[in-house]
Design a protein around this ligand. Structure first.
Ligand code: UT7
Length: 333
């Protein structure tokens, strides 16, 4: 029997209009453009404004674009996965609502939560459903409204994160393209370094938790940085070894956009020239589940059928991993 592969066949993206620049942040907290640029590579990030708009709003827009570009009937989608750390509501998955709004009435849907590695784990998950032979078309949406969980009085986090969403369509194919391999990891010791203290089952919301600003992201940046550099570089090198890929064989690194220094270290470990590294952190900051599909959205025109892409991510939990994808279509078309 021929092996069924899961190929990315379309990409969509959405970024909100409002640009929160480093200059504006200088008026909000004790920071400056030089520090933010040299430590992170970020110049501005987008913020979703508008009463009642959650992460699903951006995800739906991104998914609509992906579906329309491919010209596929939403009724032919078998499954919708939404990777997000900021669902519209704590209960009632974004994915179910989004699938209905998109007209994917024959799909089953759920959310996947793995912080900044969510989209990457989503790629692996979507691929497995397709490879089983039982599902043909899967829509994977990564969306985060990070501004809803960021404390804009905390300079350690508010300069880093932004809002945005991206979506990919994955389809079954017998061609030797698509998701080829993945290496995933996690380590619960990491949760002390990157978390939201309250609002979960351990410490439900109360007047006290709100007063103490415990519903916002807290990050011990240096600790996370150390683990991120090591793990993202390791796992990217490992997936190359496992698939007998030399530096010259890799056309693109598609790295989670948390910090330009982490990305540079990963590329160095893989022996890649910076021209092969997708990067848009300067425009959007860290959009958590949005980073990887937004890179594809920005670089799609440059991609060619048969290109070897290595996706890599690191996030809260801790979670991390790398995915090897053989690109399935010429982006310029
Ligand atoms: O995507 C999920 C995973 N997350 C990550 O991968 C993030 C990993 N961590 C990082 O990217 C970096 O740790 C940060 C960008 C968050 C911080 O950079 P850093 O080089 O690790 O800075 P630091 O936290 O060690 O702080 C260095 C100094 C401190 O001052 P002192 O103690 O040396 O006087 C901070 O108080 O910089 C200060 N600082 C700032 N200064 C100006 C911290 N934040 C700021 C700021 N503006 N926004």
């Amino acid at each position: 029997m021929t092996k069924v592969n899961a190929a990315i066949t379309s990409v969509g993206g959405y970024i909100p209009e409002f640009r929160l620049t480093n200059a504006i942040l200088e008026t909000m907290v004790d920071t400056n453009d030089e520090w933010i640029t040299s430590r992170t590579g970020i110049k501005e990030r987008r913020i979703l404004k508008g009463e009642g708009l959650g992460s699903s709003f951006m995800g739906i827009e991104a998914a609509k674009e992906a579906l329309q570009k491919r010209g596929i009937d939403p009724k032919d989608i078998d499954m919708v996965i939404c990777s997000t750390a900021t669902p519209d509501m704590p209960v009632a998955a974004n994915a179910c609502y989004m699938a209905t709004e998109l007209g994917c009435t024959n799909a089953f849907a759920y959310d996947l939560m793995a912080a900044c590695s969510g989209f990457l784990f989503g790629l692996g998950t979507a691929a497995k459903f397709i490879e089983s032979g039982r599902y043909k078309n899967v829509l994977l949406i990564g969306t985060d409204k990070m501004s809803s969980i960021i404390d804009y009085t905390d300079r350690a986090t508010c300069v880093i994160f932004g809002d945005g969403a991206g979506a990919v369509l994955l389809e079954a194919t017998e061609e030797p393209v698509g998701i080829i391999d993945e290496v995933f990891g996690s380590d619960g010791q990491g949760r002390q370094f990157l978390k939201i203290d309250a609002g979960g089952s351990m410490l439900p919301a109360s007047e006290e938790t709100v007063a103490k600003r415990m519903h916002f992201v807290k990050q011990e940046g240096q600790q996370v940085f150390k683990f991120a550099v090591t793990n993202m570089a390791e796992v990217s090198a490992r997936i190359m070894e496992r698939n007998n890929l030399q530096s010259d064989d890799v056309n693109w690194l598609v790295p989670h956009q948390a910090n330009k220094r982490i990305i540079d270290a990963t590329a160095k470990r893989m022996g890649l020239d910076e021209k092969k590294v997708m990067m848009n952190i300067e425009k959007y900051g860290n959009t958590t589940n949005g980073t990887l599909p937004l890179l594809l959205w920005d670089y799609e025109k440059q991609l060619k059928k048969g290109d070897n892409l290595i996706f890599a991510a690191f996030g809260g939990g801790f979670t991390w991993g790398a995915v090897y994808v053989k690109w399935a279509y010429d982006g310029a078309k």
